[in-house]
Ligand binder design. Sequence first.
Ligand code: NAD
Length: 441
Amino acid sequence: MDSCDTPACQSAREIFHELEEYYDDHNLYFRTIGSVLEAANALDVPHRLKLIISQPKNEIMFHCPVQMDDGSWQLFKGYRVQHNNVLGPYKGGIRYHPEVKLDEVKTLSLLMTMKCALARLPFGGAKGALRIDPRAVSHSELQRVTRRLTSALGSNIGPDYDIPAPDVGTNAQIMAWMADTYINFAESSKKVTARGVVTGKPLEFGGSAGREKATGQGLVYVLDELLPGMGMDISKLTCSLIGFGNVGSWTARLLQARGTKLKAVMDHTGAIFDANGIDAEKLAAHVQQSGGVANYPEAGVISNEDFYGTPVDLFIPAALEQMVNLEHAERMDCKVLVEAANAPTTPHAEHFLLEKGVAILPAILCNCGGVTVSYFEWKQNRQSETWDEELVDERLKKTMTASAKRVLAMAERLNCNMRVASYAAAIEHIDKVYKLRGVFP
Ligand code: NAD
């Protein structure tokens, strides 16, 4: 199959031709907006909406000079892409990774717009990234880089304007440094609410109960809602995971508590397998200590090829983008592909798996639990409230269940796959708000 012939590709090519903009159907951003436009075409939305969502509102690029512990200087390149804010303030994570590229950040910002709209959160979409290997710098270097990045972003972020959160390579400590830096610049009358500039903060400093596990927890609630209709019982299933960081490890632990057996895991350090099941809690402790799944003493080592070929019910990518390509898909032996990571599946792999009868549960549905609890954190910060984990989980479950139902209903209405349905459910909401607000002037 040539990707140029897909409806997604044709939809994107037409719009970028009209915009007289560069277009490349091998590029992740164009692939992703192509799928979004395919969904828009399935709805009766105005053409202007397709033009608006095809490009981010703002693409900010900056360079942060930072002195390292040995006295040398390094210049770190950073991006913040603000895709759309018709529903509310821009919202999206900040990634630290040595190979980040602008198009990847643009893609992730677009997905944030879709995710917030699908979950009916009062947020738009954004994403940020810094080109750095967080594992290769010291704790104090990481703090200086983070504070410098926050000041470089300046008034481009704020609790009423654009609210970052953790993503790959960033965590609650980094969010605490970002919030502290921002608060130092805030007027005295705004210092209390200024902590809402970022979410995913530590519990002791304005964070929310349940935020750390939120993405994994939300994914499990989606499975609770969808698997029975697919004739599957969560307590009798097996799974494999790519990535054992925040999302992967929490997903594994929460699925284990439901009775699902973890058979194989792959991360940046290698792949491991145990036919009798890997204990997700013990593996999480090992990864916490050693930085990866390699050398875990209670499972065997397998090759990456064998990892993809391990027979499981649920195959769950929870690492970086596009880690399931056609070659992998041809090896895979699963019933459901559960997209915990953003944009993990290439269009060729998706086409192949759907033809084979594998169900694909799309990322904007599966992983919107993270931004949902970020919304709860932002809300608690604004109201100086502290919710307990039970309340957070109860409200998260309500949002995830409603989002899953929305996708199912749209798939039935448009007679389309779940990815197109998830984008359509998001776009329909954005369209309604644009119609109510109008497009200025
Ligand atoms: P993380 O940094 O905690 O973990 C990333 C994982 O990916 C690690 O286990 C790492 O070993 C693995 N990895 C990296 N390169 C790899 C490679 N080449 N091969 C195999 N594994 C590799 O990140 P995270 O927060 O868990 O995010 C994972 C995914 O989930 C990303 O796509 C992120 O955008 C998405 N996501 C995260 C959240 C959140 O709340 N953290 C919310 C929504 C979506």
